[in-house]
Write a protein that binds this ligand. Structure first.
Ligand SMILES: NC(=O)c1ccc[n+]([C@@H]2O[C@H](COP(=O)([O-])OP(=O)(O)OC[C@H]3O[C@@H](n4cnc5c(N)ncnc54)[C@H](OP(=O)(O)O)[C@@H]3O)[C@@H](O)[C@H]2O)c1
Length: 253
């Protein structure tokens, strides 16, 4: 049984708590949060606390707090030589204090409170400074049913950047489509199967091979009509940039 102390009760903290609860090979022995009120609903499920000084002994301490707070929280831990990991894509393993056994347990998924996530489908990017600690992190990922990958700090930062393109920018494009269709009283439901198929296709084809549409075809007349429709729209620039990007990738002028 892997004993975990969880620090942080935000999106990631809450999803990790639920995932660990479901596993028979690991347990949250204590849950810390700066604001104890967020932990009150869980007080019958684990030991909750808001005092760093009273942290219990555990195999792994998972710091799932805002990126800017990780370093300082790690500094305040009242022990040395225990395995402490953070869950951040953009924070170096070396931001954790040297006196600790340091690691990273970065789940590459978008977590929002209240939207359940199946950890079997969450890739976990692991980093540790020695083999023994890496193996413990691997065991924790396995206990959650997740696939894990050995990813160093530099690779993780690039993964995080890639995730912004895939998730945040992708979602903003959905939002633009929603706005455009709403403005003409078109039900957004009609576009949903296309969104799902676009994502699903990359299970079978590379993003390069999967690309379709006027930019890759070099359909000048359609491109011109779309730009005309976007005259005076803040989305025109996005359309132009995305079109240029697709043309550059596919060698079109
Ligand atoms: N959300 C995602 O999709 C996602 C995915 C992968 C990785 N991550 C990473 O996971 C970590 C947590 O992200 P999140 O989305 O769960 O954040 P979040 O929902 O915004 O929650 C932030 C947490 O950090 C705590 N916190 C903030 N400032 C603090 C401070 N100065 N001292 C102590 N605790 C502090 C908050 O405590 P209070 O409740 O007391 O304010 C809260 O528990 C981040 O490193 C993030 O990069 C997030």
């Amino acid at each position: 049984m892997i004993a975990v102390v969880l620090l942080g009760a935000g999106n990631v903290g809450q999803h990790l708590f639920e995932a660990i609860k479901k596993s028979s090979d690991t347990e949250v022995v204590q849950w810390y949060n700066r604001d104890i009120a967020k932990l009150q609903p869980f007080k019958n499920e684990t030991d909750i606390c808001d005092s760093i000084e009273s942290l219990k002994e555990a195999d792994i301490y998972i710091i799932a707090v805002s990126d800017d707070a990780i370093k300082n929280l790690a500094l305040q831990l009242p022990f040395n030589d225990r395995l402490v990991v953070h869950t951040s894509g953009m924070t170096s393993i070396h931001d954790l204090d040297k006196s600790l056994h340091r690691g990273v347990f970065y789940p590459l998924q978008s977590f929002t409170k209240g939207k359940p996530i199946d950890f079997k489908k969450v890739p976990i990017c692991l980093e540790a400074l020695n083999k023994q600690h890496y193996v413990i992190l691997q065991q924790l990922a396995n206990a959650l049913g997740s696939k894990s990958y050995k990813i160093n700090t530099e690779q993780r930062k690039t993964l995080h950047l890639s995730a912004v393109f895939v998730n945040n920018f992708g979602n903003q494009l959905f939002r633009i489509a929603h706005e455009l269709s709403d403005a003409k009283n078109i039900n957004f439901e009609i576009l949903k199967p296309l969104i799902v198929e676009t994502a699903d296709k990359i299970n079978e084809l590379s993003p390069y091979m999967a690309q379709t549409g006027p930019a890759v075809r070099g359909d000048k007349k359609t491109l011109k009509q779309h730009l005309k429709e976007l005259d005076n729209s803040p989305h025109k620039l996005v359309y132009e940039l995305m079109t240029q990007s697709i043309k550059r990738t596919h060698g079109k002028r």
